[in-house]
Design a protein around this ligand. Sequence first.
Ligand SMILES: Nc1ncnc2c1ncn2[C@@H]1O[C@H](COP(=O)(O)OP(=O)(O)OP(=O)(O)O)[C@@H](O)[C@H]1O
Length: 703
Amino acid sequence: MAEPDSGLLAAPEPEPDAEIRAERAHLATARAALRAMRADVLSTETALGDIVGDKVTNEVLRRARARRAEELADLPDVPLFFGRLDFEPGVVADPDPDTGPATEPDRLHIGRRHVHDEHGTPLVLDWRAPISVAFYRATPESPMGVRVRRRYGFGPDAELTAFEDEHLAGPGGDGGGRAGELLAAEIERPRSGPMRDIVATIQPEQDDLVRAPLEQTLCVQGAPGTGKTAVGLHRIAYLLYHERQRLSRGGVAIVGPNRSFLSYIRNVLPALGEVDVTQTTVDDLLGHVEVRGTDSETAARVKGDARMAKVIRRDLWSLPHPPAEPVVVRRGARRWRLYPDELTDLLAELRTRGVSYGAGRELLAHRIAHAVLSRMESAGEVCDDRTHNQVRRDRAVRAAVTEMWPKADPVRLVFGLLTDPERLARAAGGLLSAEEQAEVRLPGRPRGPKSARWSIADLALIDEAAGLIERPPALGHIVVDEAQDLSPMQARAVARRAGTGSLTVLGDIAQATTPWAAPDWPSLLAHLGKPDARLAVLDRGFRVPAQIIDYAARLLPGIAPGLGAPVAVRRSAGSLRITDCPPADVTDTLIHACRTELAGVGSIGLIAADAELPALHAALLAAGLPAADLTERADALETERLVCVPATLAKGLEFDAVIVAEPARIVAAETRGLHRLYVVLTRAVSTLHVVHSEPLPEILRAG
Ligand SMILES: Nc1ncnc2c1ncn2[C@@H]1O[C@H](COP(=O)(O)OP(=O)(O)OP(=O)(O)O)[C@@H](O)[C@H]1O
């Protein structure tokens, strides 16, 4: 992808032009080698055609080749490498048997993917390879065998225009050299369009998390803009590189807060060569029914509470019951009879087995068949597997199973529970108060599941029931972003899909806006089934300049007293502006602010309380400004510079310039309005302009 010109002069080393020329030549050689690698893959396909084996094998091979070719595609605006490590002689290569130990430094270029020449000699090393770790972690105190670390700057069209060297060890290695300017340029780069990868500038504390072992669940608490999302995405790419086989069986997913967020991050993994990762919201992950309803905050809190899992379990497991009549199986002239007390014993034993409801049902048929066969054998009949299967499928046995262990459908089950007060009272006795039971009932008088106005919280209830009936297949690894907003019931749904695999859990307790949000990480991790997760904290803020973060952090004592503010990596004079104007002037002031920002570069987000947004959007259009409404177009961030963002969709996003309308209304719109405002105030990379006529929240004024 094109890096804007960093503005750096070419390196101040002797003969900078020669150095740059040499590096450009290496880049060209690497590009040619990559083209050859790709051509190789494609020609294998042509040469082998379909003659290898059966249809299925051929199809699998064809897909694998197509995928590999896709991975090897050279994106013209993405530089093939972004750094170089000069290792002390002998650190990387073994001594040559003819010439002895090496005397020249081993030089490795680091890039987004591995590239080698026709002899197999690496021209670019993948950033995920073990040896590349030194690029991110070596310091003068612990150089990891590295003499010089070089970073490159690129102009438009991915042309190599600059480099900076850090001398970490060896001759001239005083820890000096120029470091950090390219990083600073990258961080301050005006933002436009969707999120990009940060592979060239991952910081040591981030790298530690990206490369953490797959086995242990990792939970990252991080203030706004500390790179949690970036870490999660790069971690996926890293894990897939090292554990591809293990992970590809179940697949890998990243779960984000909403579709506009997914649209914002969707190019990052493909740019890192990973095209097979599921990117989804929690609601889409659960699916089951169409969401057309909303819950009151109280209802949402009760429905999201883990007690609901017990209610549903009780209701489901109240279905199996002993039969009133014996089961009579006819075989030829004979009849085989199982009496209710025997059947009741079978039922009781199965209930204690800990199997899923659906599996229990299957097992019951087997148990009945087994009992009938025992009787037949005692009477001298010869039985085998065929007899067992015939008896199991016998009409009388099937009828008995259906009566004793009724089929259950998750949607119907939750529908029944939430529309039948007596049934709910039976299942929720001692768990939910009468008021809570009244809260969770479905609105209106829906005649059936299809006409019910299901809410987002209901999805997790249905999923709980579905998981009790049949356990869902487990994914290889799941990254959950903005996890602080998960309800305990949603967390359980994620846990079911993780199975015994690990999770990467990312979030910020201070940005928790849902009524059911977790008060702390240990309680959420318990619902996610990973109480032993490693908890890490990121606190260096890469997005928001200090002036803005200091302003937003005034809210922290009120919303998350235990959490500190992030330490911004930069200050930026004039980045914060607050305009207090008469009510009649607010819209014009906002239009003027948008117009001013449009004259510059970078993306602009106008953020307002959800209810205010349509009118503001219309006013911008009427004033002739090219503004898109994110509510209407989830992909607006990809195509438009000026985007109107309802406060509830701002989470996870960032804009070069942010204009916030009437903070008091954002706060008033919901119970956790101050948390929402904290999210909104921390979206800006360069400037934040707050426009208001109503008094700002007390806590914000107080700072
Ligand atoms: N090491 C880095 N080098 C360059 N840019 C970085 C680095 N780390 C983070 N950033 C940038 O900082 C911005 C914020 O990162 P990201 O969105 O991952 O933060 P976050 O912690 O998820 O924020 P939030 O909690 O607000 O959603 C992004 O533009 C990201 O590219």
